[in-house]
Design a protein around this ligand. Structure first.
Ligand code: DLL
Length: 432
């Protein structure tokens, strides 16, 4: 273990530590974040009421909508000069969710990622190609700092330019690959197309996450690429990658419980569910300084595995994410809410509020087709006019969502109207 004291802590000792940290967290939020003070007051809770980790159930939940309502920095719990990094993720409509990190937050982040990499067998002699997106997305810089903290050599490849990436993987004999699992499959196909065999590479370990994947995808990656493929779970609101990670047993992802406290709730009744039952994952950031969150509703569906893991880590595990309790799609690793696309369409005069989103996976890359009806006065046989409209929508979607959608303009009235719930999203991806 990278940090045996924390990862292998006796469960009772850990619960004590979590209780102390929870009390301090509530105190900090009560005094430093007006939104939380009001929320706690409304719930009739004072920091002195929270003393053990079991007291967490007295606390109210936090939602993504509340983060949006406090855009951009209303939930920051420290003065701006203590924030040394900002990342952002998609919000439910146009505005992104902003997250700020203090120096200590970045240290905790690197520590958590180093724990994962170490568990997977990465050592300072390894070279890690970080092929998650760099920038506002937490994947690139998160893995970058963590791998550097461990002492490995980092190759900051980021996304795109697959052939150049493959040549570097080959020429530098890179041993570790970090990217989304679907990108790993695409990379493999390109490797073969370029005439290489996996024997030409030194890859041993894959660090995959950022989107749902299955056991059969894992088998495919492991068999094709001749590597061990491990799961990493995380979300920007809580930190980024590094919230939970598999160990060598590949049987559920250990939660970094000294920093993040997980609960599973029924998304309808909001009742806390017992271990083993499937529900929505709720996370409290026990040590975060920049933007700490109490009982954040992730919308990810999973269950907690409490049984002792043969690896010796005593941290609770989560089962692979089984879906979401909202309509968020993950397309090429980018979180997309249908409502974001709708608001882009409605901002442009030429379109009806009638559209359909078709998501598919071709050559292991996600595709998004946006079919949209053009308003009567705007529909024309003039091809150049139609192409200009199409380009306008494409470019707007690209600037808001950072995604290249295939826009298809259709005649007014041609998208089937539904009798009941509208069926605006058709997700054809079958995760084998
Ligand atoms: O995807 C952070 C990350 C980067 C995790 C790289 C792992 C590796 P967001 O963009 O905020 O952050 O998206 C978070 O992605 O709520 C899940 O729905 C989904 N997700 C992330 N990891 C996994 C995973 C990053 N291993 C959202 N399995 C989360 C399934 C995942 N879903």
């Amino acid at each position: 273990m990278w940090n045996k004291t924390k990862e292998g802590m006796l469960p009772d000792e850990r619960r004590q530590l979590q209780g102390v940290r929870l009390h301090k967290l509530v105190e900090r939020l009560y005094h430093n974040v007006p939104f939380y003070r009001q929320k706690l007051q409304e719930a009739g809770i004072m920091p002195s009421d929270i003393n053990t980790i079991e007291d967490i159930r007295k606390l109210p939940f936090t939602t993504k909508q509340e983060m949006r309502d406090n855009y951009p920095c209303g939930l920051f719990a420290v003065p701006r000069n203590e924030i040394i990094r900002i990342h952002a993720s998609s919000g439910t409509t146009g505005k992104p969710t902003i997250v700020g990190y203090t120096r200590k937050d970045l240290e905790v982040w690197s520590e958590c990622i180093a724990r994962s990499l170490y568990a997977w067998g990465v050592r300072s002699s390894d070279t890690v190609s970080v092929a998650y997106g760099y920038g506002l997305f937490t994947g690139g810089l998160g893995f970058h700092d963590g791998a550097q903290h461990l002492g490995a050599t980092v190759l900051p490849t980021s996304t795109g330019n697959t052939e150049k990436h493959i040549r570097l993987l080959h020429d530098l004999q890179v041993t570790v690959l970090a990217c989304t699992p679907s990108y790993a499959l695409h990379l493999y196909e390109t490797i073969i197309k370029m005439g290489y065999s996996m024997d030409d590479f030194a890859l041993r370990i894959g660090c995959f996450g950022g989107e749902p994947w299955t056991e059969s995808m894992r088998r495919e990656i492991e068999q094709n690429m001749g590597i061990k493929a491990y799961n990493m779970y995380g979300l920007s609101e809580i930190m980024g990658p590094g919230v939970a990670h598999e160990c060598e047993c590949q049987n559920g992802s250990h939660f970094n419980e000294d920093h993040f406290f997980p609960e599973i709730i029924d998304p309808q009744t909001l009742e806390v569910l017992p271990d083993g039952q499937k529900g929505e994952l709720v996370i409290t950031t026990l040590t975060k300084e920049g933007i700490p969150l109490i009982r954040y509703r992730t919308r990810d569906l999973t269950s907690l595995i409490r049984e002792q893991c043969p690896c010796g880590r005593t941290e609770v595990r989560i089962a692979p994410i089984m879906g979401r309790s909202d309509d968020m799609l993950i397309i090429r690793g980018i979180n997309v809410f249908p409502s974001q696309i709708e608001s882009v369409i409605l901002d442009l005069q030429a379109f009806e509020p009638q559209y359909q989103l078709i998501v598919d996976r071709k050559n292991n890359l996600d595709t998004l087709d946006v079919l949209v009806e053009v308003k009567n006065g705007f529909y024309s046989d003039d091809l150049s006019q139609m192409l200009a409209l199409k380009k306008e929508l494409h470019d707007k979607l690209k600037s808001v969502l950072s995604i290249n959608a295939n826009v298809q303009l259709v005649e007014p009235g041609s998208i089937e109207r539904s009798q009941g719930k509208s069926n605006r999203v058709v997700d054809k991806r079958v995760l084998k």
